[in-house]
Design a protein around this ligand. Structure first.
Ligand SMILES: O=C(O)C(=O)C[C@]1(C(=O)O)C=C[C@@H](O)C=C1
Length: 373
């Protein structure tokens, strides 16, 4: 028969037990610290090799592989989200010991573009906020920034026209990674709900909360401003005003959150592109983005789609966009599974050259995980 375990402990014994456990944590922390710095020293050496080869510090493909290795081996008890956050900052620091990466985004701080950039690049980065999506492209083209973060599409509102327009204007800009950001909107105000007369936000954010706002604030008028962070700032300078913005903006500007998660769709997500001057190496879980033009003849688009069907390539996105240089002309944007170096993708691209007026690959890049996946 098993012996009865004595569970009763005195206050002194339990205090001693606590101290012993904390001593174990102190010891482990020093070991972790040593390992972190060892890893950073190796990253410094990698940086020198890459510099000699003329390569870039940031490798979306390698970062994806590092994270996939770690997550595959992870058994808990720490939540996966914690492991991802730790490794995000670790890799961010490993890049910084090689070279400080400069990232341009559509500001101000704590806009959703900024949150997406932080999610992908972490804190050890020189962030450069700009006033427009066009300026993000220009900063990258002029090499004032190594990479830029621009919104591509939202699950509720669809494409971001300014970004697609810039890809047409600046075909030298490539997509080297994508970021999927779950977008949660909150109602920020420093007055009572019944006192709110005006609600400020970016057009897309107002549209993504349309039903909630009309149901809960039927007497308030809605006003578009250039960013959700600008909207938050207006709450500080005007009376009886609310903003639809992020939790981070509420913290940054010291505003109360009256309601959390007021977006109409529970799956509200924005997909961002990381843009640069080169795209990404193959990982085996990649996507390719491209734009093409076809003649105005019956079946021209079907001829293109049939190529993807024949090669068994899954299309993940398609948009037609007016071509501003010529009336009535359109540019098609598509994303599909696979890397431009995969044999079946190469065959599809060669076949497209035959049937399209113009074909331009925007880049191949690792498929992003959703930030809550
Ligand atoms: O493997 C590299 O190329 C590194 O520079 C190391 C490292 C990392 O910390 O794991 C850092 C930056 C790169 O973007 C990819 C990976």
């Amino acid at each position: 028969m098993a012996r009865k375990v004595e569970t009763h402990t005195t206050g002194e014994e339990s205090e001693a037990h606590l101290q012993a456990l904390r001593a174990q944590i102190d010891k482990l922390d020093l070991q972790i610290l040593e390992l972190l710095n060892k890893r950073a020293s190796i990253a410094t050496q990698i940086g020198k090799v890459k510099l000699n080869q003329g390569g870039e510090v940031f490798s979306a493909a390698r970062e994806e592989e590092v994270l996939a290795n770690v997550l595959a081996a992870h058994k808990g008890p720490l939540p996966e989200v914690t492991i991802k956050a730790i490794f995000r900052e670790l890799i961010s620091g490993s890049r910084a010991v090689q070279k400080v990466t400069r990232i341009a985004f559509l500001g101000p701080e704590y806009s959703y573009s900024h949150l997406a950039a932080l999610q992908r690049f972490g804190e050890a980065v020189a962030y450069n906020r700009t006033g427009s999506i066009a300026a993000v492209f220009e900063e990258v083209a002029r090499k004032h920034a190594d990479y830029g973060v621009v919104p591509l599409e939202n699950s509720t509102d669809g494409r971001i026209a300014d970004t697609l327009d810039m890809f047409i204007r600046m075909p030298q800009i490539k997509i080297c990674a994508e970021i999927r950001l779950r977008v949660h909107h909150h109602l920020l105000a420093n007055c009572q709900q019944t006192e709110i007369r005006r609600v400020y936000s970016k057009a897309q954010a107002l549209s993504q909360c349309r039903n909630w706002l009309s149901k809960n604030l039927p007497h308030a008028t809605l006003h578009e401003v250039s960013s959700t962070a600008d909207a938050a700032r207006l709450v500080l300078s005007e009376p009886n005003v609310a903003a639809v913005a992020s939790r981070q903006a509420a913290v940054r500007y010291g505003i109360n959150i009256l309601y959390h998660n007021i977006e109409d769709s529970p799956f509200n997500e924005t997909r961002f592109a990381v843009i640069g001057l080169t795209d990404s190496a193959r990982t085996g879980h990649d996507k390719t983005a491209m734009m093409f033009q076809i003649s105005h003849t019956p079946g021209a688009l079907a001829d293109v789609l049939v190529i993807f069907k024949a090669q068994k390539i899954n299309l993940t996105w398609i948009e037609s966009f007016p071509y501003r240089e010529a009336k009535g002309e359109y540019v098609f944007f598509i994303d599909f599974d696979g890397h431009r170096e995969d044999p079946k993708v190469k065959r599809a691209l060669a076949a497209m050259e035959e049937v399209c007026d113009s074909v331009h690959v925007l880049g191949s890049f690792p498929q992003a995980r959703a930030d809550d996946e």
